[in-house]
Design a binder for this molecule. Structure first.
Ligand code: SF4
Length: 332
């Protein structure tokens, strides 16, 4: 019997990129295939979103995956699930035509210059893309039940490119979806700007801020801006709100970047700052992506030891902890 596979994002995900729609914002494990994670062109409200074409494309790939054929851009991705080859009827709703996961990625505008960021690389290459008005697209998706909260009440809107709090329509996007009954938002923000709207909807938010440093000197080296204090202040405010409802609503991350912050002294300062001064209850660790890809996932033991060290410290302090994408696939 052939093995059967699925990915919930291939079935129902939509990454809105600057000039096209993609299935997801990932393909980190197949960097050379990244550009093939592409569905149809879309550059803003002047274009008509071709939903028929989008779902035809998704159905084809989903059906092939159910027959054991994994698209090249998905190969190695940890979101692929293998399912019981005797249960033909499992996950048949993967072939239903609706979206339940949106990544908002139509602008790479940012107020930070993180050395590991793909968006920043594009900004350096003078490819900054300002946001177009995305509200008409979202209204269409909600009105036509393309984004379908009835089929999936736990549907998710995630901000996954550039600095979301700089979007002119950031508050409008949150309001629009919240009023439609959307309960889950994910916000990947650099924390330089505090967003009242985010604090207001904290019980529906999953906020991730990558601080990556315990000192302002290291922070500046990584971020290229002198905003350590501002970010700490934002983290403290979000942590205060999150701790009133669910402390896991705010996660603070440390991305290990070789030759920059790959040492215990910096990590200890970050741990102390987050846990004891900013009152953060959920920490995350990862490994820098460009470096990880260049090393083909071969990570030296000292980096693995640092990841394990962070996890151990969190366990000892009773702090929620998680490894993210690259660190996660190391299976430590
Ligand atoms: S398997 Fe991974 S790369 Fe492929 S669609 Fe799913 S999340 Fe994206």
């Amino acid at each position: 019997m052939t093995k059967k596979y699925r990915c919930r994002y291939l079935a129902h995900g939509l990454y809105i990129h600057y000039d096209c729609f993609r299935h997801c914002h990932l393909s980190i494990h197949s960097p050379n295939e990244r550009n093939n994670n592409y569905i149809v062109p879309y550059k803003g409200p002047k274009d008509k979103a071709n939903w028929e074409e989008i779902f035809k494309n998704k159905n084809k790939l989903v059906s092939e995956m159910r027959e054991g054929v994994i698209p090249p851009f998905c190969k190695g991705c940890h979101w692929i699930e293998e399912f019981d080859e005797n249960s033909e009827n499992q996950f048949l709703s993967d072939l239903d035509n609706y979206i339940d996961m949106i990544w908002v990625g139509h602008s790479n505008d940012c107020n930070s210059k993180c050395i590991y960021c793909f968006a920043y690389q594009e900004i350096v290459e003078k490819r900054t893309t300002k946001a177009y008005d995305i509200i008409p697209l979202f209204k269409e998706m909600l009105n036509q039940k393309i984004y379908n909260l009835e089929k999936e009440p736990e549907a998710h809107v995630s901000f996954a490119m550039g600095e979301p709090t700089l979007l002119k329509k950031f508050d409008d996007i949150i309001n629009l979806f919240a009023k439609a009954g959307n309960k889950n938002f994910a916000l990947y923000t650099n924390g330089i700007r505090f967003s009242r709207m985010t604090a207001k909807y904290i019980k529906n938010m999953n906020i991730v801020i990558s601080l990556d440093a315990g000192t302002k000197e290291t922070f500046k080296k990584i971020k290229g801006v002198d905003k350590f204090k501002d970010v700490c202040s934002t983290i403290k405010k979000y942590a205060k709100e999150a701790n009133k409802t669910d402390p896991k609503r705010l996660g603070v991350k440390y991305i290990i970047i070789p030759n920059v912050n790959d040492n215990k002294e910096e990590i200890d300062k970050w741990l102390d700052l987050c846990i004891n001064k900013l009152d953060v209850k959920y920490l995350i660790a990862d490994v820098e992506e460009h470096w990880f890809v260049n090393k083909c996932g071969e990570i030296p033991q000292y980096v693995k030891d640092l990841l394990i060290y962070i996890r151990q410290h969190c366990q000892d302090e009773n702090i929620h902890f998680e490894f993210y994408d690259r660190a996660l696939v190391l299976n430590l």
